[in-house]
Design a protein around this ligand. Sequence first.
Ligand code: SF4
Length: 375
Amino acid sequence: MAGIYIHIPFCKQACHYCDFHFSTSLKKKDELVNALTKELELRKDEFNNTTVETIYFGGGTPSLLSNDELQFIIDAVYKNYKVSENPEITLEANPDDLSKDRIIELSKSRINRLSIGIQSFFEDDLKLMNRAHNANEAKTCLEEATKHFDNISLDLIYGIPGASNEQWLKNIEMALSFNVPHVSSYALTVEPKTALASFIKKGVIEDVDDEQAHEQFHVLKEKLEASGFVHYELSNFGKDGYFSKNNSAYWQGKSYLGIGPSAHSFNGKQRGWNVKNNSKYINAIAQNELPIEIETLTQTDQYNEYIMTGLRTIWGVSIKKVEENFGIVFKDYLIEQSEVFINQQLLYIDKAHLRVTKKGQFLCDGIASELFKIN
Ligand code: SF4
């Protein structure tokens, strides 16, 4: 199984916290769409005939493309790759792009999953983050989307400065009221060189409070699990049958092709990343060149990667798999390094799988890095 990720590097405006690759100028949109389809063609042999089971439009803001443009790209995937009978095709979309007519139009396309960037139902939060939509648009788009799509995920951000735990709980309850089967939720992080980092430095916005983010993570977990969601990855909750196939494949180390500027690719042994610049990307593709840098992962890199992704998921880290894929030295190292965290009740071993406890979950990335091998 393999997946194709397609990066659409355009946004209406810059959210204050964002460090993804995007441009707020749509001048090169047509050229870029053509370049994406050409990159798909140039790389058609990379999967060696493996079946594509997921197609994911991420960004940026993919919902800024028209349905015809999206269809044009999907057609290029079908033309150049072997696609499974019923692939998961996800579109990341922002509420301000999802009018009633647009949702109906999308529901008639091959796109069968929407991932909607709600982030918050509160006006203050949306303004602080400089989102392009307002609270009303967040609600009305979900009312309409749930009438036409069964497979919907929404994104929520916690740990927003000034947002109390009560307000956060109201956000979750509002999300649940739309009966969506999947929620992705991330702590607001202050990335260097973002507007948010600069506002915090100048004292215009108060700093994020890690302790509060930690509390809000547990409010989220408890509320969603009590409502029938499975916490299947650190930031992802899904009802049975609605886990993101695209992201699950990524966490389980399956191959994926990243198309578009800044997109990453992985084939099990090598990782590649495309140039993070729209013009350079378009020019290279026009000359039949792939603007990609490739790194071959060492055995240690592959082990570290498996520990990082495995610990974040309910599937955990298979000790047997570590021994089979990396050898006894890595397995013994893992067992030895884990001991201190097992004693602190942050990790546990169940059926030969290493997993994080409830207490360890929020600290998962830090724990994983302590289990990494250096060489
Ligand atoms: S819409 Fe998404 S990609 Fe665009 S600026 Fe906001 S967070 Fe970043």
